[in-house]
Design a protein around this ligand. Structure first.
Ligand code: GLY
Length: 374
């Protein structure tokens, strides 16, 4: 939308006051979009951008992460991916922070022949959905990514996937939102939100963007990631199966490399586990032997907000009193990817205009238990 159209749009809609509960990448992106559209916003979170956003690798990879039965999620992801270049450029320009958006695609790699069968199954799904897939034999794979092990069986290139540094995106969003971010817990009440210090902030609309907590239909799926630094970083995002073990490796432009990610559904671990780290490092070193001499930076574990069908919850929550909060939650593996489309959906709902069609399958009322439990 050009500047003149945007100004006209702001003038046509009523200015609303919106309180967003949750300051991960989803809550912050929604708030920023609303602010840009001329609404009054506040984001409440005691520790913004320290949950799943802090651990996210930043894969903007709807193709690389597509799976059977998740075709509507693939369409949502492709829509959001298409929004990322403009979203990132605009955010960088306003915040002065480089968010390290890279457009080198995903290399989907199978270490042995069984792993490659798995890769080919995902490719059949992608081709059916009209996503471009470029098969690569072993020679072509090494030409594209010379650091790959000589033992890899083969793979494909998904040229349209991208990646970004979510920690930098969060820094940029926090900078543009400034003191609109209130570092306190909040709960929705009639006419606004109640802060933990007892104050009530009045709001016309409340948005619940509480990640892995606060919604009954969302469950925590723990993910562990490792960050290392190496002069031999791959130039592409690599997603692989290594003798059955899934692993991905995502390079940043400063030599940092993120290795992820486990998926743990049992309770009780709030820190990275020895087993999780060992499996990830072992798979990553077999895939890219140059990582053997990389310097360890840190390992973090955070909860992803998972839903029964792995899709997000995007819509107005019916039947929870007069206020009917908007939900932007349950983004599971795709919080970073889905931030721009989620922000567009939330803005449309606040302005009572139709949200993008791709969001229709993700109404929160598709599950019986999407009730707030804040
Ligand atoms: N999207 C990457 C992950 O969830 O680990």
């Amino acid at each position: 939308m050009n500047r003149v159209n945007r100004v006209n749009r702001v003038n046509r809609v009523n200015r609303r006051s919106v309180a967003v509960i949750g300051g991960g990448i989803i809550g912050l992106s929604c708030a920023d979009e609303l602010l840009r559209a001329g609404h009054e916003v506040v984001v409440c979170d005691p520790a913004p951008a320290t949950g799943a956003t802090h651990a996210a690798a930043g894969m903007l990879a709807p193709a690389g992460e597509a799976w059977f039965g998740e075709e509507a999620l693939l369409r949502l992801g492709l829509d959001s991916l298409a929004r990322w270049p403009e979203y990132a450029a605009n955010l960088e320009q306003r915040s002065g922070t480089d968010v390290d958006l890279r457009s080198t695609g995903t290399l989907l790699v199978g270490m042995d022949r069984d792993d490659l069968i798995d890769v080919r199954r995902s490719c059949a799904l992608l081709e059916e959905s009209g996503v471009r897939v470029e098969p690569l034999d072993r020679e072509a794979l090494w030409r594209r990514e010379p650091g790959l092990s000589s033992r890899v069986a083969g793979g494909v290139w998904l040229p349209h996937d991208r990646h970004v540094d979510p920690r930098r995106v969060a820094v940029a969003l926090l900078a543009v939102l400034g003191d609109r971010v209130v570092r306190q817990r909040a709960t929705p009440v009639e006419g606004g939100v109640l802060l933990e210090d007892g104050r009530v902030l009045a709001a016309d609309v409340v948005v619940l963007a509480t990640g892995a907590t606060g919604l009954a239909s969302v469950r925590a799926v723990r993910g562990e990631v490792i960050r290392v630094r190496t002069p031999d970083a791959p130039t592409h995002m690599v997603r692989a199966r290594v003798h059955g073990q899934p692993v991905y490796v995502v390079p940043r432009s400063d030599g940092e490399v993120v290795i992820g990610a486990t998926e743990e559904e049992h309770p009780g671990h709030s820190a990275p586990t020895v087993g999780g780290m060992a499996r990830l490092l072992d798979a990553a070193r077999q895939l890219l032997p140059g990582l053997d001499t990389a310097e360890f930076i840190d390992a973090v574990a955070r909860d992803r907000p998972g839903t029964p069908d792995n899709g997000p919850l995007l819509g107005v929550l019916e039947g929870t009193g007069a206020q009917r909060p908007i939900v932007a939650g349950g983004h599971y593996r795709g919080g970073v990817l889905l931030a721009p489309v989620t922000a567009a959906v939330v803005r449309a709902l606040v302005e009572e205009s139709p949200p993008p069609d791709v969001a229709a399958p993700f109404h929160p009322d598709r599950f019986e238990r999407t009730t707030p439990c804040l």
